[in-house]
Design a protein around this ligand. Structure first.
Ligand code: MTE
Ligand code: MOS
Length: 705
């Protein structure tokens, strides 16, 4: 394996392709009780009374009174009750769980419980909410002066909708309290997050808690926060029942009550002087839902990245994550970045058009370069490859020629457009989280027969971390890939190498694997058991980041993308037809090209869904109307048959062999490219996503008037 980028068979290929991989729902159910939730049916209320039916033998109710430790979880603010105390804050808010041996009987009991509510006013619109979970502000230069001196001021509001991860496997957990020990297993991204919350909620000592991540059928950020609360609920139930308890969601339940991408309402103001944007003033309102969960990190990344790839001298960014009485919002592939990239990229398109300019040329004139300050007065320490990548994307898509062509007046039933977006993604945790909070530890264990096991807490949810980490160890140790083992993480066996989020695993944990492998090779003794350990080291050249005043390097490095979408719209039906999706991506040195192509293509496809068809809404009472695949529509490979990606390589010295974070990047810049194309085809501006067929029809009929 000389060239690490050459693709190999994925570690989990065989078990997945043969259908042998065991997901939590596949585990034997003998002697295991079933747990079903009774969630609130109203968006905001005091619980007045709970009327229970007669419970058959072996069936029980689990609620707030059964929680041995703290009845609360949370990542930033601790504000989410494990079971509702006396109020409910959104439809689905868990009040109690019914547990028992027969699943259908458990369901029957749930349906017979009657809850009387005293309804309270519910907030459905984040822009009208007066409760902010978090509020941040940062900026630089003199924004007011720049606006005063402007030749022209642009001002508009852009918004993004709900977005559900739709991992193939729904959430599921089994908790088993046995012999004074709690073993929890299931579908998750972050075994040690689950472990930490279990400690608080069960009150058990940490050495009495074990968390095992089963094969996880996709997460996309949606299994970062949610499994922790589900694990706590199942664990409390198992402690009460003294038997294992399994809770497996069906799709409707999963869509209704688990975390989603935050909708965003963003106001952009720009001052333009002599054809250049001299100042930007941005106001972001994220809809956080009923509890704060991951709103802190979403808002941090959103406010930090709000100016996209542009170097704007005078800047003000203000952002809030507001509470509403809707399902709590969490992470989805990019933590708040896909929303703000849609916003800033589209806004720059609109400003460029307003100035009568070629939009891509206008953007290029404002792009950051190596050595420039970041929005938070950190520094772009490394080469910014956007110019080269724009050329690459142009070669792939024929963008420049087509953009001019489609600008000419179009007639007939089908109208075409092509759009381009530029984006970056800060790799890994925001700020000094990696150094101060995560403090990743990794171990390599060598067995007598020469096989080496990677002991890490990261889960493979399709992004291929088992494979890429094994490749790194194999290369550095000079032993065959097959001789490297990576099992599903089990906190009894693996150290805390951190959560599987923020595209950090390969970049951060992969580097630990590389360094540990060097160490092991040096100490290698044939025929002996050996173990080596490595710990995270913070790159020294970074300008320390302060979250108090948003100053410094928010990220050690950046991954970059240039995406192009070409589409046509049917003027009769409003249907969109994606003719091509093209991307040039820089994630540093590719560790496996097949995996990267899959990541880039999948991320773009999700982005296309986000832009156009993944519409989700709630009615005036707060009930989500789109909770199945017949009314929440996601794209398939058949919807985008021409998808071409190319990897550009700008190496990062502190990632393994020069690799950077990859997984989230492709999902960040798709929506603005899509909407830029749609605007060209429609001949008018758009201000929100998803821009559905219905929206398109409306826009077309207005045009005819
Ligand atoms: N790819 C697949 N197939 N399934 C997933 O759940 N999650 C994405 C991305 N790619 C995901 C995926 C998200 S949200 C993140 S943060 C990264 O993978 C995590 O990958 P890494 O930390 O191993 O780089
Ligand atoms: Mo990814 S949103 O960081 O799980």
């Amino acid at each position: 394996m000389n060239n690490i980028g050459n693709s190999v068979l994925k570690k989990d290929h065989e078990e997945k392709i043969s259908g042998m991989a065991k997901y939590v729902a596949d585990l034997p159910t003998d002697g295991v009780l079933h747990g079903k939730f009774l969630g609130s049916t109203v968006a905001h209320a005091k619980i007045k009374n709970i009327k229970l039916p007669e419970l058959p033998d072996g069936y029980m109710i689990v609620d707030k009174n059964d929680v041995p430790g703290e009845n609360i979880v949370g990542i930033g603010l601790k504000d989410m009750p494990v079971f509702a105390v006396d109020t409910v804050e959104y439809i689905g808010d868990p009040i109690l769980m019914v547990v028992g041996p027969e699943e259908h009987k458990v369901e029957e009991i749930v349906s017979k419980i009657v809850i009387a509510y005293d309804e309270l006013p519910a907030i459905m619109d984040a822009t009208k909410s007066e409760v902010a979970f978090y509020e941040y502000q940062h900026g630089k230069g003199d924004v007011d002066a720049a606006f005063k001196n402007a030749d022209k001021i642009y001002d508009e509001v852009l918004s993004t909708g709900y977005n559900e991860q739709i991992y193939l496997e729904t959430n599921g957990i089994i908790a088993d309290y046995h012999d004074g020990k709690m073993t929890v297993r299931g579908s998750m991204q972050c075994p040690y997050y689950v472990y930490g919350e279990l400690h608080e909620v069960t009150g058990l000592e940490k050495d009495k808690i074990q968390v095992k991540a089963d094969t996880t059928g996709g997460g996309f950020g949606g299994k970062e926060d949610f499994p922790s609360i589900l694990a706590c609920q199942a664990a409390v139930a198992s402690m009460k029942a003294k038997k294992p308890v399994r809770v497996i969601f069906d799709r409707r339940e999963d869509i209704t009550v688990t975390s989603k991408r935050h909708p965003l309402t963003a106001r952009y103001k720009a001052a333009v002087k002599d054809g250049k944007v001299t100042a930007i003033d941005i106001d972001l309102i994220y809809d956080g839902g009923a509890y704060s969960t991951l709103s802190m990190v979403v808002l941090q990344r959103g406010t930090i990245c709000a100016t996209g790839v542009y170097n704007i001298e005078n800047l003000r960014v203000h952002g809030k994550a507001n509470k509403t009485n809707t399902v709590p919002k969490g992470a989805f592939r990019g933590f708040g970045a896909p929303q703000v990239f849609f916003g800033i990229e589209l806004f720059m398109e609109h400003v460029a058009k307003g100035e009568g300019r070629n939009t891509l040329e206008f953007k290029k004139e404002h792009m950051v370069r190596q050595g420039d300050p970041t929005a938070t007065l950190g520094k772009f320490h490394f080469h910014v490859p956007l110019n080269e990548m724009i050329e690459e994307a142009d070669k792939l898509s024929d963008y420049k020629r087509k953009r001019e062509l489609y600008d000419k007046p179009q007639t007939g039933r089908f109208r075409r457009g092509i759009g381009a977006s530029l984006s970056l993604h800060g790799c890994g945790f925001t700020g000094s989280g990696e150094r101060d909070l995560i403090k990743a530890v990794l171990k390599l264990k060598k067995y007598k027969d020469g096989t080496v096991e990677i002991l890490a807490a990261n889960t493979d949810m399709g992004q291929g971390i088992k494979t890429t980490l094994a490749k790194i160890a194999g290369k550095e140790l000079g032993i065959p890939y097959d001789q490297i083992i990576y099992s599903n993480p089990d906190t009894d066996r693996v150290p805390d190498s951190g959560p599987t989020v923020a595209s950090r695993s390969l970049m951060v944990v992969g580097e630990l694997v590389r360094r540990a492998s060097i160490k092991l090779k040096e100490e290698w003794k044939d025929g002996e058991d050996q173990i080596v350990e490595e710990r995270y080291k913070h790159p020294e050249y970074l300008i320390p980041f302060s979250i108090n005043n948003f100053r410094g390097d928010a990220y050690p490095t950046y991954a970059w993308s240039v995406q192009v979408i070409e589409l046509e719209i049917d003027m009769l039906t409003g249907q969109h037809n994606v003719l091509g999706a093209y991307g040039s991506f820089d994630v540093g040195t590719p560790i496996d090209l097949n995996i990267l192509h899959g990541q880039m293509e999948g991320g773009m496809l999700q982005g296309i869904g986000y832009s156009s068809m993944e519409y989700m809404d709630h009615d005036s009472k707060g009930r989500i109307r789109n909770n199945s695949f017949s009314n929440y529509i996601i794209p398939t490979a058949m919807d985008v048959q021409n998808l071409k990606v190319k990897m550009y390589v700008a190496e990062y010295p502190d990632g393994p062999y020069g690799a950077k974070g990859a997984g989230e990047l492709p999902n960040v810049g798709t929506a603005p490219a899509y909407i830029a194309a749609l605007e060209q085809a429609l001949g008018k501006n758009v201000d929100h996503i998803p821009f559905t067929v219905e929206d398109t029809l409306k826009a077309i009929s207005f045009k005819a008037e």
